[in-house]
Design a protein around this ligand. Structure first.
Ligand code: AMP
Length: 274
């Protein structure tokens, strides 16, 4: 992988990169299209990274279909689909992890202990091996994008990080590889995430600027649906992820909700001036 990149960089080509865990959907493909627009050569990685899954999470049942992924990637014009092998990437004796002090102590980081340490470590490893000029990440994983931007700044990676808006199904459900695990009824229930975000947006438009009130409404709405279990619903500053009490500037409303056994996340920027 590295010699392929070195070779193209020596030729003056720029390399853009989209890391994924595979089971590709339109959200991934949209990142890839953006990536292709930004660089001359495009690399994706497909790797279900064990170090970002906690005990009892879905590492073993994470959906996978490499043949289908390769076909989709080829159709989009991906030059390399890099699929590192777990034993090569984490050989015996592997003992170095990247950590960050502040951003991981919010949102998903609170219920998924060690998750972002695993994410930063794998992304740094992938950056070192792929050696891209540009990397594209989805805003669906808003916290992840913020943490990667911070890591790239702090550790002097010479890589431009691009955020890409959330891609949704026609009915608004944020696309996710995990959606494939939902039963038809749960798929309908899953819409309560985006619906509650839209309700918050319209309450804000009607001058409800109290974050606690908006979060309370979202909790009530989501809990009125079967098989839901809220991990968190937060309204916070999009840069620091610190809680915001009164919405007087654009804020991030983010949530994680289990529907059955499937954990879904979604988010939206709420802007009082819109
Ligand atoms: P994953 O395979 O879930 O690790 O995702 C790989 C990349 O795709 C990450 O940067 C995600 O944020 C991004 N991504 C996943 N789903 C979506 C979506 N619905 N819209 C935009 N980006 C997404």
């Amino acid at each position: 992988m590295t010699s392929w990149s070195d070779c193209h960089r020596r030729d003056g080509q720029s390399i853009s990169f989209v890391p994924t865990m595979g089971f590709l959907h339109e959200g991934h493909l949209s990142l890839m299209k953006e990536s292709k627009r930004l660089g001359n050569k495009m690399v994706i990685s497909i790797f279900v990274n064990p170090t970002q899954f906690g005990v009892g999470e879905d590492f073993d049942s994470y959906p996978s279909d490499l043949d289908r992924d390769f076909k989709l990637a080829e159709d989009i014009g991906v030059d390399v689909a890099f699929t590192p092998n777990k034993a090569d990437f984490y050989p015996q004796g592997f003992d170095t992890f990247i950590d960050q002090e502040k951003l991981p102590n919010h949102l998903c980081g609170l219920s998924r202990s060690g998750h972002f340490q695993g994410v930063m470590t794998i992304v740094a490893k992938l950056f070192n091996v792929v050696n891209p000029d540009i990397a594209v990440f989805g805003e669906k994983d808003f916290q992840q994008l913020a943490i990667i931007r911070r890591m790239v700044k702090d550790l002097n990676f010479n890589i431009r990080i691009i955020g890409h808006p959330i891609v949704r199904e026609a009915d608004g459900l944020a696309m996710s590889s995990r959606n494939s695990k939902l039963t038809p009824d749960q798929r309908i229930t899953g819409l309560c995430l985006i619906t509650s975000l839209k309700k918050a947006q319209s309450s804000l438009k009607n001058n409800e600027t109290n974050a606690a009130a908006l979060m309370h409404n979202a909790v009530e709405f989501i809990c009125s649906h079967p098989e839901t279990e809220i991990d968190y619903i937060r309204i916070c500053d999009p840069d620091t992820l610190d809680d915001v009490a009164e919405i007087d500037r654009p804020v991030l409303m983010a949530m994680a909700v289990k529907v059955g056994t499937t954990r879904l996340i979604d988010n939206m920027i709420l802007n009082p001036d819109e």
